[in-house]
Design a protein around this ligand. Structure first.
Ligand code: APR
Ligand code: PHB
Length: 401
């Protein structure tokens, strides 16, 4: 058994774990990152693609935004389509904030490259991470690295291993409270080699269901269809996907959707999930390991960055001044923003997704809400939530000074 030592053992090399490792090194704190999958897999995995202005600013401050600034697409508004009409949401005019469209896998590539250039201990293909002694001051992590059994002694473990990771499951039953909502619909996500037919995102509310037209680059479209909860991607051959996307997205007077080879398609359940507290002993959970938001408002990646920003600062306080207050206040600092983002994502999901068959009352409420969002001062509140401004204003520490 090879024995190693670090300050913070990080489980998971998604955006959360990689960013935390980068930030800790900038604060002079050593870490080891352990990733279950291969580098190729995590760099290819298609996930979110919308970065709030606050997230982009933070990545710039961390020296991680060079390619994002070169290749990311800056957006100042999007279009709602419902009732065969188009309504633009000018969120930059309303808030002064922009968002960037930049695939999460591109950010992960940038982060991995930065960690490799910094000589970080970042290990992939580590399938068997086991956390021990989380309730002691000397936790350890056991795993197999390049075929060799390894035990890592550390001060803390950062669980950045997503919803299905090992970290949250390593906490004794009853120590954490979890709160969950399952939605009565799912998303069929499609990545297509198809130049965008529109420069801005299109959120379409059609009688057959919600559809979203997004993009990753001037040559790649990212599209979503509301489908039944539990729907299987095998039921959706490419022809059926394009037909349904045209039906829901195309309107008179606007260019038709551009088709192209489908590079990837998958169905994802919509769920809301929060773990309280977000830490246990020497284990700190961040990102999807601690909370899941429905993808409707693209908050997941932005929340992971927000958690890691708080956690990295708390570790800096501990190692620079021996002060544990920020670590002890981690959950209180993060949760108000998590619940604020979840509330907006939940509300936006209800605004856009057609209710289950036959619930006419809900459908009429939905029509009224859509009209209100595009034709009233409610547009500003919507815009502030969409660009992340509302969450930034949410008082951390549960309102404590
Ligand atoms: N051991 C090591 N690594 C693990 C384990 C494990 N037992 N289980 C999961 N992982 C890895 C996954 O392979 C993944 O690379 O942890 C990483 C978690 O990354 P994400 O799921 O991307 O989570 P996070 O970094 O919090 O980023 C949240 O990702 O899933 C999207 O919509 C989500 O955009 C949001 C963002
Ligand atoms: C995406 O491009 O993946 C995306 C964009 C905006 C959303 C949701 C998803 O609201």
């Amino acid at each position: 058994m090879k024995r190693l030592r670090t300050r913070v053992a990080i489980v998971g090399a998604g955006p959360g774990g990689l960013l935390l490792s980068h930030l800790l090194q900038r604060h002079g704190v050593d870490s080891i990152v352990l990733e279950r999958r291969s580098r190729e897999h995590v760099e290819r995995r298609v996930r979110a693609g919308l970065l709030e202005g606050g997230t982009v600013d933070f990545l710039r401050e961390a020296g991680l935004a060079d390619r994002l600034d070169r290749e990311g697409l800056v957006h100042e508004g999007f279009v709602f389509r419902f009732g065969s009409r188009a309504h633009r949401m000018p969120f930059t005019e309303l808030t002064g904030r922009t968002v960037h469209m930049y695939g999460q896998q591109e950010l992960v590539k940038d982060l991995i490259r930065a960690r490799a250039e910094a000589g970080a201990r970042l290990w992939f293909d580590v399938p068997d991470v086991e956390l021990r002694g989380l309730e002691t001051d000397t936790p350890t992590v056991r795993c197999t690295v390049a075929g060799e059994p390894v035990e890592i002694a550390c001060d803390f473990v950062a669980g950045c291993d997503g919803f299905h990771g090992v970290s949250r499951r390593s906490v004794p039953s009853g120590a954490l409270s979890t709160y969950e909502r399952a939605y009565p619909y799912a998303w069929l996500g499609v990545l297509a080699q198809a130049p965008p037919a529109a420069e801005e995102l299109i959120y379409a509310v059609h009688s057959r269901g919600f559809a979203l037209y997004s993009m990753r680059s001037p040559a790649v479209s990212r599209l979503y269809l509301q489908v039944e909860a539990g729907e299987r991607v095998e039921n959706w051959p490419d022809e059926r996907i394009w037909k349904e996307l045209h039906t829901r997205l195309d309107i008179d007077g606007a260019p038709e959707l551009t088709e192209g080879p489908i590079l990837e398609k998958s169905c994802v359940a919509l769920r809301g999930f929060v773990t309280e507290p977000m830490s246990h002993g020497r284990l700190f959970l961040a990102g999807d390991a601690a909370h899941i938001v429905p993808p409707t408002a693209a908050k997941g990646l932005n929340l992971a960055v927000a958690d890691v920003k708080v956690l990295a600062a708390a570790f800096r306080e501990f190692y620079a001044h021996g002060d544990r207050a920020a670590l002890d206040g981690y959950t209180a600092d993060c949760l108000p923003g998590v619940w604020q983002a979840l509330e907006f994502s939940d509300w936006m999901s209800g605004l856009l997704h057609r209710p289950p068959e036959g619930r006419v009352f809900d459908g009429r409420l939905q029509d009224a809400r859509l009209e209100a969002v595009v034709n009233s001062p409610a547009a500003r509140t919507f815009a502030e939530n969409y660009v992340g401004l509302a969450r930034e204003r949410t008082p951390a520490r549960g309102g404590r000074p």
